[in-house]
Design a protein around this ligand. Structure first.
Ligand code: FEO
Length: 410
């Protein structure tokens, strides 16, 4: 076992996985590591564990270096099984340990591992915890890359433990980036694009939270610990998460047919979502629009969103005539999604979906977004009863931003 000291009374206690690792429907050709850390203070604390398949080995190795009855806290920054998977095995021996996580983290852990009877310390953004000789500070970082995620900062050591954030998928025994056999910048960037890229706005929020921290070392949960030039890696996240200049070359088209104005409001809010990302957006109320203008815009667009109110179980106005024209075009390289407000039933959205499929566009729905990005808070198609409050407005803006991110990363 590697038992590497990374700071005073702080040790890497993770697992190197040098297989070709199946991961998010990809194969990690260079393998990965599951980095776990022991802060051997007066209240010994583990930060994250390892993949569920290595739980037994993880616990056995830890027993060689610490009496597990003495483990006081186990910080779970992220509940995915590559980091929280060994928690049940650990807690089976670490009988006195309190789990430190977010409220959502507790919900997930209880759901997956039935840990209802264990003690929890639930953190809120900016909370601190004295672990006897060191102080941990916590920040909530939702959707980086799942809902419950948080990061941990050790004040005295100036080490950030951000779990998946700032990670790299490379199996290695060198531990630190300055000891790596090759420049890891490209792997670091690829990881960002794969895991963090779809969550741009949350990356910006996270960077804002850490900007005033004095960070001398970043100890993530995959790949190398970053100590050679921490700011270089933070800057890469900053640059990649900015609205890039390519955005203006991407186009979204929003078509709608509205009975009382609510579907028109959704269309406008969707447009605002795209504009937040700097994506050029055309919006047409089909009632007043020229079909040739619509067809031209459709051919130029990267994503086409089509909305209608529902009346008598159908779309309204002349939208169907427009859709019949659109399916004659080659739209096969575009993303398509339906939306609409409804009063008592919302069949129009389903009918639009059929046209999107017939057009050979890629139908973007909640399932597609979950599989592409891991984000499970996006509701698509956007079928909304009445559509008249801030919550539904946010739903539309966020949905457009999710589709926008798909365009930008395509
Ligand atoms: Fe490395 Fe989201 O797990």
């Amino acid at each position: 076992m590697i038992n590497n000291k990374i700071a005073e009374k702080t040790y890497w206690v993770g697992k190197v996985d040098d297989r070709k690792v199946p991961f998010h429907r990809l194969i990690l050709e260079k393998g990965t590591t599951y980095n776990s850390y022991l802060l051997d203070t007066e209240k010994p604390t583990i930060i994250d564990t390892v993949d569920i398949m290595y739980g037994g080995e993880f616990v056995k190795n830890l027993q060689q270096i610490i009496d597990l009855d003495k483990i006081y806290y186990v910080v779970i920054n992220h509940v995915e099984p590559d980091h929280a998977g060994a928690l049940p095995a650990l807690l089976n021996k670490a009988k006195n340990a309190t789990i430190v996580t977010t409220e959502k983290g507790r919900e997930f852990l209880n759901g997956m591992f039935k840990l209802h009877s264990r003690n929890y310390f639930i953190i809120k953004d900016g909370d601190s915890l004295d672990i006897g000789g060191k102080t941990l500070k916590f920040f909530e970082t939702p959707y980086l890359h799942t809902e419950e995620t948080m990061i941990t900062y050790c004040v005295e050591d100036k080490i950030l433990y951000p779990c998946d954030i700032f990670s790299t998928h490379i199996a290695n025994y060198e531990l630190f980036d300055d000891l790596a056999k090759e420049d890891i910048t490209e792997d670091f960037t690829v990881y960002y694009k794969l895991i963090m890229g779809p969550h741009r706005s949350y990356v910006r929020d996270m960077l804002d939270k850490v900007k005033d921290l004095d960070i001398q070392m970043i100890a993530p949960s995959h790949g190398f610990i970053l100590r050679s030039d921490v700011n270089k890696y933070i800057k890469i996240y900053d640059e990649l998460s900015k609205i890039n200049s390519d955005a203006k070359d991407k186009q979204a088209l929003i078509l709608f047919s509205s009975m009382t104005g609510n579907t028109g409001k959704i269309a406008k809010d969707l447009a605002d979502g795209f504009k937040n990302l700097g994506i050029t957006t055309d919006i047409f109320n089909v009632k007043n629009a020229n079909i040739e203008d619509i067809k031209k815009a459709a051919l130029e667009a990267n994503a086409i969103l089509i909305g209608s109110s529902t009346k008598y179980g159908d779309m309204i106005g002349n939208l169907e005539e427009v859709l019949k024209e659109l399916v004659t075009l080659d739209l096969s390289n575009k993303l398509g999604s339906a939306f609409g407000s409804f009063g008592w039933s919302g069949e129009a959205v389903e009918i639009i979906n059929d046209y999107i499929k017939e057009s050979k566009m890629t139908l973007v729905d909640t399932s597609y977004v979950v599989k592409a990005t891991g984000a499970n808070d996006i509701k698509l198609p956007l079928k909304v009863n009445y559509y008249d409050n801030e919550e539904t407005k946010d739903m539309a803006i966020n949905a457009a931003m999710a589709i926008g991110e798909l365009i930008l990363t395509k």
